[in-house]
Design a protein around this ligand. Structure first.
Ligand SMILES: C[S@@+](CC[C@H](N)C(=O)[O-])C[C@H]1O[C@@H](n2cnc3c(N)ncnc32)[C@H](O)[C@@H]1O
Ligand code: SF4
Length: 479
């Protein structure tokens, strides 16, 4: 097991340089009643850029929910982007407003990872119905951005909403986008909906497609043989009708919290995870310290959410041959041990419904039991070519606060809620040997590591104490 040592950072920073838009697309998830138009100013944008080192390796959305080109300083902001982060940034635009040649050039020259262009149709009459725009510069902007894109090798992604309005000519639309813009990704979405909000928009409800209609469009488009298409067509007319009747369907246990920082145009910010929300101001001189502190607090709460109460639990051991694979093991902030991996579902079929996968950490006579939350793993399902495989991915999290510097063992198994019994099937990791899997000898896992084992390890490691954190740190690759 390779443990990486890191500080918790944001998986994604999602900002907007305005809180408004110049179009009114019938599918838009924004609620325009809520906002008074406001543009971010340059000093606030500079403060936003100070947060970049707090971002995990990937995503910084300069503009996401609203329309950046209505902020007259947007192009100056692009010029300010630090060179080393440009490849992690992107923004989305509707290209509705009149944009000077020099500004289109600045967008393409910005050398960000990609520019998302929203493009629903090439038909001017449909364009007017979809976006609510009688007069638009969209089509001429599109031509010019394609031209500058070729000059600066800009990577375009196109987002197209598939609705009744454009379904009849969708194949031609995708073909034309490919020929004229050559996007590296063309994302095709059916509009996400929020039941109450959508129900109050009959113009959107009547545009939703059925599952079969979507399937027919997809088959037609797939015959083009393109490999750059990404379909997100989960939202169907049937889903909407079902949810309208029953707005609160049963939800499965949620995945790991996504540590996303949402920054509004006025500089207010929130860490948007599912449960906890505190407002920050990115213009506060101490914002980085505040956010770092909050990330620790959130991890603490998240680990507490993973924790399984142990009272009255019977723990049994049974060996299993099914392998466990770890894709990602990180010790965050010297305290939170996070594991992501996958394995086959092996719960006792008779109890499958009321069982929960668990991970058990034994250390110094203390035992911590955490849930292993299910994570969808398309990659694994595709690799095995078996669509029936389900629930193979998992994540788990331990808070090691107060843990002694002692050897530890990590196990996994199932918790059967019916009889409050935990069945341990796998040994995941033994810090005294540094190995995964059950040890060859003895056949059954020892309850605790003996003093002799510990001494042997100390000798192997040159006599250094082999405590928990020391052990973890030794196998760490600093990033
Ligand atoms: C909210 S917009 C903001 C950016 C910009 N104003 C634009 O539309 O290009 C971001 C992206 O979300 C898409 N979008 C809007 N409403 C949506 C919905 N209900 N479901 C899925 N995507 C939606 C838009 O088409 C656009 O590509
Ligand atoms: S252009 Fe974007 S933000 Fe504006 S209304 Fe359309 S989808 Fe919404």
């Amino acid at each position: 097991m390779n443990i990486v040592h890191g500080h918790k950072q944001f998986d994604l920073i999602n900002a907007d340089v305005t809180n408004h838009c110049n179009a009114r697309c019938f599918f838009c998830f924004n609620d325009w009643e809520e906002f008074k138009p406001f543009n971010m100013d340059i000093p606030t944008f500079q403060n936003l850029l100070r947060l970049l080192p707090m971002m995990e390796s990937k995503d910084f959305l300069i503009s996401c929910w609203f329309e950046p080109t209505i902020n007259p300083q947007f192009y100056d902001m692009l010029d300010l982007l630090p060179e080393e982060y440009r490849s992690k940034m992107y923004f989305t635009t509707n290209l509705v407003t009149k944009i000077a040649d020099s500004d289109i050039e600045r967008m393409c020259r910005a050398n960000v990872d990609h520019i998302n262009i929203s493009l629903e149709t090439y038909d001017p009459a449909d364009y007017e119905v979809i976006t609510g725009m009688k007069h638009t510069h969209f089509f001429e902007n599109l031509e010019r951005i394609a031209e500058y894109g070729r000059k600066y090798h800009t990577d375009f992604h196109v987002i197209t909403m598939l609705t009744k309005r454009n379904a009849a000519y969708f194949r031609e639309l995708v073909k034309r986008v490919h020929e004229e813009l050559a996007p590296s990704v063309h994302e095709i979405r059916t509009p996400f909906f929020f039941v109450e909000q959508t129900a109050s928009k009959p113009e959107l409800v009547q545009e939703l497609l059925t599952k079969d209609e979507i399937k027919a469009v997809r088959e037609d488009v797939d015959s083009l043989g393109y490999t750059h298409l990404y379909w997100d067509t989960r939202f169907t007319k049937e889903n909407f009708e079902k949810l309208e009747k029953n707005p609160e369907p049963h939800r499965k246990a949620s995945n790991r919290v996504h540590y996303q920082l949402r920054v509004n145009a006025d500089g207010t910010a929130r860490i948007s995870n599912q449960k906890y929300g505190k407002q920050f101001d990115i213009n506060d001189p101490d914002i980085i310290g505040q956010l770092e502190k909050e990330l620790i607090l959130l991890q603490e709460r998240e680990a507490a959410d993973y924790l399984v109460k142990e009272e009255g639990l019977t723990v049994q051991t049974r060996r299993s041959d099914a392998p466990f694979h770890f894709d990602n093991v990180v010790l965050y902030d010297d305290r939170f041990l996070f594991i992501r991996g996958w394995t086959m579902n092996e719960a006792d079929p008779a109890h499958e419904k009321d069982s929960e996968r668990i991970a058990v950490l034994e250390c110094g006579g203390r035992r911590i039991i955490s849930q292993m939350r299910t994570e969808q793993r398309k990659d694994i399902v595709e690799f095995f070519g078996n669509p029936d495989m389900r629930d193979v991915g998992f994540t788990t999290l331990f808070d090691l606060e107060g843990m002694q510097e002692e050897p530890f063992k990590l196990f996994s198994g199932y918790l059967y809620e019916e009889d409050h019994r935990a069945e341990i099937l796998h040994q995941l990791y033994d810090s005294t040997s540094g190995e995964s899997g059950w040890p060859a000898e003895p056949a059954a896992p020892a309850e605790h590591t003996s003093a002799a084992d510990e001494k042997a390890v100390q000798e192997k490691d040159g006599g250094k104490p082999s405590g928990l954190l020391n052990r973890l740190k030794r196998v760490v690759k600093r990033r």
